[in-house]
Every structure is written in C-alpha cells, then in structure tokens.
Design a protein around this ligand. Structure first.
Ligand SMILES: Cc1cc2nc3c(=O)[nH]c(=O)nc-3n(C[C@H](O)[C@H](O)[C@H](O)COP(=O)(O)OP(=O)(O)OC[C@H]3O[C@@H](n4cnc5c(N)ncnc54)[C@H](O)[C@@H]3O)c2cc1C
Length: 490
C-alpha cells in the first residue's frame, strides 16, 4: 500500500527544507525526499577525515542582518538556534590602471562596508572619488519602487545610463555581478544586483554561521521532524505522478508515495522536463521552460594548509580585464582562458575557529564558470587559481598539504539534474537574469493542480541561500492558501 501524505517535498536544499519545515509546523503531514546521503543541497558543510569543515565553494550570507533563514527560524520558534557570525573585514586585491595588483582590507561595521579604503584600492582621483561616493550612496539608498523599475535593465545598461560612473567602479560592479550573483554584468538584472548591493551596504556587509551553513540546514531538517514530518535521504524521486491534470504523488526507488500536493526543489527545468514529463504540459509552457537561462557556476579548489596563512574571512581578487562579461565568457568557453582570472575565497575557520584543526587552515576558493557539467575549461581554471595564489598570496601554496576540486559536473551530480544542453551546474538557479526575476520571477505554482516549485528558481530578490530559503517561505505560504481554498470549496 502506498503511504499517504498531505504534501511531498522533493529535495532538501535551503528552499525545500524551509518550505517543508514550515508546512510541517502548520500541520501538514509532510514527507521530504532527498536523493543525497544528507540534506542541505548546495549549502552543505561536510567535515573531512582530518577535521576540516567547509562548504561547496565560498559561502557568505547576504544580507547578514535579517536573512530569510532568520524569518523561517522565527516562524518555527527556533530563532535562538540561529548563530550568525558577522564579517569583520574582507581582503580585496585589484589590478587597475597602474597595472599592478593593489591590496586593501575593508573593515565591515554593523552598518555595512566602509567605502573609504575602496577608493584607494580603485586608484580614484578626487573628482572620481566624489562621483563614486555619490553613486554608491544613491544606490544604497534607492527606494524600493525605483529598484523594481530596474527589472528590465541589465546592470550594464543601467550603468551606461547613469552617466559619470568612474571606470574602476564599473569594474567593481562587474566583479560583484560575477561574485555575488554568478552572472555577467550584461545579463544580470540591475534590480537584482542593486538589491544585493543594498544588502551589503546597509545590512552588515556579509555573514556566516557557527558550524557553517550546513548547521543551519540541519536545524531546518530537525524542525521538519520535530513538527511531525518525515525525511528520507538516499531517495531519488524518479517521477511525479499526474492524473487528470493533478498530481497524485511520486515514485522513488521503486516505492510510491501519495499526496495531493507535491513541492519540488529540484529546479523548474528538471521538474517539468524529467520528473513530470513533457506530455503533461502545453507547448507554450514547455517552450518557456526550455527557454529559461541557467545561472552560471562557481568552480573551485579547496586548499588544505598545514598552518594559518590568511588573516581575513573572505577575499576577492579581480582586474578590469578578468571580471567576466558575456564576450569574455564565450572566449573562456572556447578554450581561450586568460592567464589571470578572478578569485573569490572564504576561510571558514577565520569565521568559526572550530571549522579547522588548531593551527591549520582550509581555504575555499573559486572562480566563475559555465554551468555546463561537460565544460572543458574547468581544469585550466583550477590551474589558474593556483597561479593567482602564487602571485598574490604565495604563503598559501607554500603551506599546501592537499587540494580538493569541484566544478559544474560535481554541483550538478550533487544537486540539479542536467536536462538541457549546458545546464545543471547552476550555482543559484534561475531568476537573476533580466526577464527571469523581479516582476518576471517564475511563480511557485505550476500549471498542474497541486504542483509547486520552491527554492532559488522561485525565490525572493537577493543572494543564493537568502533567495532560496525566501522561495521556500513563499511556496509554503502559497501551499497553505491552496489547501485552505480547496477545503473551502469541498
Ligand atoms: C559553489 C557555490 C557557491 C555558492 N556561494 C553562495 C554564497 O556565497 N552565498 C549564498 O547565499 N549562496 C551561495 N550559493 C548558492 C546557494 O547554495 C543556492 O542558491 C542554494 O543552495 C539553492 O537552494 P535550493 O533549495 O534552491 O536548491 P539546492 O541547494 O540545489 O537543493 C536542491 C536539493 O534537491 C535535491 N534533489 C534534486 N533532484 C532530486 C530528486 N529527483 N529526488 C530527490 N532529491 C532531489 C538535491 O539533491 C538538493 O539537495 C553557492 C552555490 C554554489 C554551488
């Protein structure tokens, strides 16, 4: 006999867990199915045999104050368990017009990042500094309705309309589009990027958690169970069952689980094209789904060091000609990887000392790349990351014990199935590109009765986990309303 539930959630990433925990709390008999050994999705924090804990790629919480996790934890009554750590300072290195890399440490305050050291780093003269400060202030304080009005513009289009933005500041925005949104400046929606820059400027710059992001997700998984829900890991959903235009449940590992509502955190494209199947949708919807553009990926190297080398919690390294726009991305895809690339890194134990054995350090470093699991440039990018450390922070390679690598193939295998050419390794999901966010954000409600999406694809404005967990909350509220309306009709 198939087991019956009120709702089945497919996938235990930040979106699925936030959604599942809230639905369980609100009285839904909830089953969450996760294909991996453990829940957490792209935000897991494993610990290796030597006692190093780290994330899949450099991870930061933006906004540091009031992220979606805090909203979910409060609603679940477990807010005391969320243990955020604030950014103290970030290490930046930038090669500008002088042709050599300048380094700066930007202190963070409760209010956000102090822009003063940035001006020196960017080699701005006085009139450029005045223009830069004006631009940064206006961007930070832009009212919400003006931010929303930027939905239709890429950041590049918006900046070119803004007039006198000094070139190094444009380059800084390019780096942020890549580093914070995993998108190029000529594809990313200006509304989405401004929202994130506001979060950085005004809400504590960036944060992390005691025990890493994985601990936050473990707490959400515990909340699913403590509210009466069930979680089955190592259980891959093969099919979402549909009858007469309504979902009836799922099949997973030769088992059938029944429910009138199914919420999928597996990504819109894999859900529609693989889990449900094309025949259940009309052609217009299918062509919209197939036309959605995947976000880019981070490919990374984790460096395990026999001593503490780096002092800051996070590092960003870039140059005017290393930040990726579409043209440079296409060259990289064609195998012409530049000698220097951008480098983003976090040092988990500089946030929480328990993340590494005493006197040792793990650096989680990455650079932006295609989400294509078959991307061939990944190995070269890893070699370039090593060279960037040798050039700028040579102590890292001197103290190296061993490395671990990852790229879009690993991200896809671990989280989102590749169902379209070049898709699968998305770092965030869909939704930060013009036409896919803001007023164009895909709805959590699918055109099949009882089927909902959750997670980053249908999330709120903002960076990765904030977007995805916000998507979980949004979907949970919609499912609750759906159930109430259906009950009212019967
Ligand atoms: C390298 C890297 C760096 C990042 N850096 C940051 C950062 O600094 N800050 C930040 O906020 N965000 C960052 N992100 C993004 C963030 O991790 C994602 O936005 C977030 O995890 C998306 O959550 P989600 O719930 O939408 O999906 P996911 O995290 O992808 O979770 C989906 C879950 O569904 C499961 N699943 C899929 N298909 C099935 C199936 N058929 N059956 C059962 N289970 C299934 C998967 O195994 C997975 O657990 C980063 C991501 C990567 C990869």
């Amino acid at each position: 006999m198939a087991k019956k539930y009120d709702v089945i959630v497919i996938g235990g990433g930040p979106g699925g867990l936030s959604c599942g925990a809230l639905l369980a709390k609100w009285g839904f008999n909830t089953l969450l199915l996760e294909k991996n050994e453990y829940t957490g999705g792209k935000a897991v924090t494993p610990t290796n045999k030597d006692g190093f804990s780290y994330e899949l790629g450099p991870k930061l919480q933006v906004p540091a104050q009031g992220p979606s996790f805090a909203v979910a934890f409060k609603e679940l009554g477990i807010e005391a368990q969320l243990k955020p750590i604030a950014l103290k300072a970030s290490g930046l290195a930038y090669r500008g017009r002088s042709g050599k890399y300048n380094k700066a440490v930007l202190p963070a305050s409760a209010g956000g990042l102090d822009p003063a050291p940035l001006m020196g780093l960017l080699e701005l003269d006085q009139s450029q500094q005045d223009a830069a400060l004006k631009f940064l202030t206006e961007m930070a304080l832009m009212p919400a309705e003006q931010v929303s009005a930027l939905d239709d513009l890429t950041t590049e289009q918006w900046l070119s309309q803004s007039g006198d933005v000094p070139w190094p500041l444009y380059s800084y925005m390019m780096m942020h589009a890549n580093g914070s949104l995993a998108e190029p400046i000529d594809l990313v929606s200006a509304s989405e990027q401004v929202q994130i820059m506001q979060d950085i400027a005004l809400k504590g710059a960036a944060g992390y958690y005691v025990g890493g992001f994985g601990r936050v997700l473990d707490d959400l998984a515990k909340a699913v169970k403590s509210n009466g829900g069930e979680i089955k890991t190592r259980t891959r959903v093969e099919k979402i069952k549909v009858s007469n235009g309504r979902v009836t449940g799922v099949t997973a590992d030769n088992d059938t689980f029944e429910a009138p509502i199914v919420v999928s955190d597996a990504g819109i494209q894999p859900t529609v094209l693989k889990l449900v199947g094309e025949k259940e949708f009309d052609q217009g919807y299918l062509s919209w789904v197939k036309g959605l553009i995947p976000g880019w990926c981070f490919t990374g190297v984790k460096y395990f060091l026999n001593k503490k080398v780096l002092a800051e919690q996070l590092y960003n390294v870039w140059a005017d000609d290393t930040a990726l726009n579409l043209e440079r991305f296409r060259k990289q895809r064609a195998g012409k990887v530049a000698d220097e690339i951008m480098l983003f890194a976090t040092v988990p134990s500089n946030w929480d000392p328990n993340m590494a054995p005493p006197d040792k350090q793990c650096i989680v470093a990455g650079t932006i790349c295609s989400p294509d699991p078959k991307a061939e440039e990944i190995k070269t990018l890893h070699d370039r990351l090593d060279k960037m450390w040798e050039k700028l922070y040579p102590g890292v390679m001197d103290a190296l014990m061993y490395k671990e690598i990852e790229g879009p193939a690993e991200v896809s295998e671990f989280t989102r199935d590749s169902v379209l050419k070049g898709q699968g390794g998305e770092c965030v999901g869909l939704g930060q590109i013009v036409g896919q966010c803001g007023k164009y954000q895909p709805s959590p409600k699918a055109p099949i009765g009882g089927l909902f999406y959750t997670g980053a694809d249908v999330g709120i404005a903002g960076m990765g986990t904030h977007k995805a967990s916000g998507g979980g909350i949004k979907t949970a509220r919609m499912v609750l309303q759906y159930k109430r309306l259906r009950e009212a009709m019967i």
